[in-house]
Structure formats: C-alpha cells, structure tokens
Ligand binder design. Sequence first.
Ligand code: HEC
Length: 149
Amino acid sequence: MNKQVNYIIYAMLLSLSLLIGYFFIDKIASTKLLNQNQSSISDTKIKKPIPPMSESVVLGKTYFNNKCAPCHQIHKDDPSILGFEQRGPWSDRQNLYSWVRNPEAFMKNDKYTQELKARYGSTMLAFPDLSDMEIDAIVDYINYVGESR
Ligand code: HEC
C-alpha cells in the first residue's frame, strides 16, 4: 500500500475523533449548566424569602407579645393561634372584636368557644381597651407569621 494513502486515512480518523470528542464535551457541558439552573430553582423553593413587615404587622407584633403571647405561644402547635380565621366563628371579624373585648359575654351565645373553654379549662382574659384597628393589627401579625413559616 502507498504510504501517502495511509497518512490520509490517519488524518481523516484523527479529525473524525476530534469532531466526536467536541460534540461529547459540548453535551456534557450543557447538561451540567442545566443541572446548575435546576438546583438554583429548587433552592429558592426551599428558602422562601421572608416578606417585609408592614406597619400594621410591626404594631400587631408588639400588641401580640404584650397581651396575647402569655397564653398564646405563636410558634407552638397545640393549641395554635395560627390560621384561627379558618376555625369557628372567626371568619367574621366582628365576632373577633366582641370576643377579644369580652370573652365571657361572647361565650354565652356561642357554642364553639364554650367547647374551647371545656377543652382548655380556663377563660380568656378580656381586653376591653383594644380598638378594631389594634385587633386588626394583631390578626395581620398572626397571619404574617403563618405565611412566612
Ligand atoms: C389569660 C390567657 C389568655 C390571653 C392573655 C389571651 N388569650 Fe386568647 N384564648 C385563651 C384561652 C384559654 C382560649 C380558649 C377559649 C377559652 O377557654 O376561653 C383562647 C382562645 C382564643 C381564640 C380562639 C382560638 C381558636 O382556636 O379558635 C382567639 C382567636 C384568641 N384567643 C385570641 C386572643 C388574642 C388576640 C389575644 C390578645 C389580645 C388573646 N387571645 C389573649 C387565653 C388567653
């Protein structure tokens, strides 16, 4: 066989393997990039950004800590104050105002809170001085904690 023909075949094989190698490296590099992107998306799912506190939430936190926290520990699950608006008569804010200002009077006409009392064995303290706005702020704070955990 002619030596020159051999060289040509070698050269062709060499460039072919370079071409295949290039494609493989390209593929590996792009899948790595893809994985990186995917992991950064799932990271943001795990670490929820903490939403900023509105003025009302800041105010509500102070009221909650001073007046409600002695009996309602916000981070404890049993009994939890988190998500209370989904229970009993609390979807109506007017009921909450009456309850907070005078639990004993409210309870007289409300089976739900009578049952709560039977469960917890004590009556909630009355806060006749809290305004609607102050109670709203407390609810905003409770919901803020619920949403940001
Ligand atoms: C002295 C303890 C005490 C304090 C202080 C207190 N609570 Fe309560 N709270 C209770 C008890 C006990 C119950 C269960 C009902 C009962 O037995 O009176 C209750 C029940 C509740 C419920 C109903 C919960 C549910 O699961 O449906 C809400 C809402 C609530 N309290 C809000 C407040 C808010 C708002 C404050 C602060 C302004 C506050 N409480 C302060 C003792 C307290």
